[in-house]
Design a protein around this ligand. Structure first.
Ligand code: HEM
Length: 402
């Protein structure tokens, strides 16, 4: 797990620089630097989040099935990380060979992880009951394979041969966010909510229907831009939003009336979903191109960033420090990360980014402030994770030399 945590920390630092450049270029402090959206989005999505979930999912699944912790899979780690580096070279240069090689290596890493997860069997040799995150992880990774295929094909001309009729960029975003990350985060709720809150989710019977609604909702949201079919978009949005709200209700109900349970970490986990719903609620304006009421073009161009920073990054503010404390120091019931300062700043950042979409005359100023607020919200988390890494590595090295 440690090699994944070291790489994720590295990309967290790089993400801070990318966000700083985005803020300064919006404020015209760096007029010559136009900052690549791809970099600032993917340092977080594949650099930090994919890294951590690849390390964590086999360990949680083995734990749940009562089998020994799986050994570090260097084949998965190296194909993922060599793939990411090749993409970081190929995408900014729009160069086919590194893009295709990088995408293929990440596709291989994801397939190997899928096989590893599917192969974990309980002591009884049977895979255990339904109430665990594994099926969410496996379904999520299948959507990631679709996201990788379409993402790798975006700049290399694969969208046509793949039969994509609508917007391939949207297929990619939907597969990775409504599919991959939504399902993996739901799996974390299933496996870790009892650890984080010392109580079970409000109902375990709802887990299987939530799984199928989330999976079918994500599938419809991927097929909609793929086939340019708006009905599928509506069905998908309903299923996906319905199941996500259902999951959040299962998580909020047991905490009601218990003030002490509402820590910054829990607030980060739950409030982050507001920024997942926000783009979905704007979908009708984009789908039907209602420019008059909402600036559909600005919405389409900017909401992915609000999704990644407002939802995905905020969710990671809670889970990253938890996983670093758990896996460097063996503390399964470690604290979730985040502070009320990071909570306030990250959500203010998302509000400013949405304001930059809606208030055209102040767009650059507000966009710059959105990124500055996100940077300020990220600093305490990056510092916390760094301190845990330093202490964890010092402990590991002492054990190694003793
Ligand atoms: C092998 C992995 C991946 C590849 C090859 C890839 C490739 C791409 C490419 C080529 C674009 C279009 C950029 C542009 O039009 O300027 C893009 C955009 C995007 N990708 Fe990925 N991506 C990958 C993984 C992911 C993951 C894991 C996520 C999220 C969880 C993600 C989320 C996004 C988002 C939100 C955008 C839109 C960015 C924007 O324009 O604001 N990608 N990706």
């Amino acid at each position: 797990m440690i090699p994944y945590m070291i790489m994720a920390l590295l990309y967290l630092f790089v993400a801070i620089f990318a966000a700083t450049a985005a803020s300064f270029s919006s404020w015209r402090i760096l007029p010559w630097f136009n900052g690549m959206v791809w970099l600032r989005v993917h340092f977080i999505t594949i650099g930090v989040i994919t890294q951590i979930v690849f390390g964590v999912m086999p360990i949680l699944t083995a734990k749940y099935h009562g089998v020994t912790r799986p050994k570090m899979r260097w084949d998965i780690w190296s194909s993922l990380n060599v793939g990411i580096i090749l993409l970081l070279v190929g995408i900014p240069l729009v160069s086919k060979v590194p893009i295709i090689t990088g995408g293929t290596l990440i596709f291989i890493a994801t397939t190997l992880l899928l096989i590893q997860l599917a192969g974990i069997k309980g002591k009884s040799g049977k895979s255990s009951g339904a109430q665990n995150g594994r099926k969410f992880y496996i379904s999520g990774l299948i959507f990631f394979l679709i996201g990788i295929l379409v993402g790798t094909g975006l700049f290399t001309g694969w969208s046509g041969p793949l039969g994509i009729v609508g917007d391939p960029g949207e297929v990619h975003i939907h597969a990775n966010n409504w599919g991959f990350i939504s399902l993996v985060f739901a799996g974390f709720f299933i496996d870790l909510y009892p650890v984080w809150t010392k109580r079970p989710l409000a109902s375990s019977k709802a887990i299987t229907p939530i799984f199928w609604m989330l999976t079918l909702g994500a599938l419809a949201l991927v097929l909609s831009p793929w086939l340019s079919n708006k009905t599928l978009a509506a069905i998908g949005a309903l299923l996906h939003t319905g199941s996500t709200i259902w999951l959040l209700v299962l998580a909020i109900k047991p905490l009601l009336g218990d003030k002490a349970a509402w820590t910054p970490g829990i607030a980060h986990l739950l409030a982050s979903y507001f920024w997942l719903f926000a783009p979905l609620s704007m979908a009708p304006f984009i789908i039907f191109g209602i420019e008059g009421v909402m600036p559909a073009k600005a919405l389409e161009a900017t909401t992915p960033q609000a999704l990644i920073y407002g939802w995905l990054l905020q969710f990671s503010y809670a889970i990253l420090p938890y996983f670093y404390q758990r896996f460097f120091f063996g503390e399964e019931d470690a604290e979730l990360g985040g502070t009320w300062l990071s909570f306030t700043l990250v959500n203010l950042g998302a509000i400013f980014l949405w304001a930059s979409i809606l208030i055209e005359p102040m767009r650059s100023l507000l966009h710059g402030w959105a990124y500055m607020l996100w940077i300020l919200s990220l600093l305490p988390i990056a510092w916390d994770v760094w301190q845990k890494t330093k202490a964890g590595m010092a402990k590991a090295e002492t054990i190694a030399i003793s």
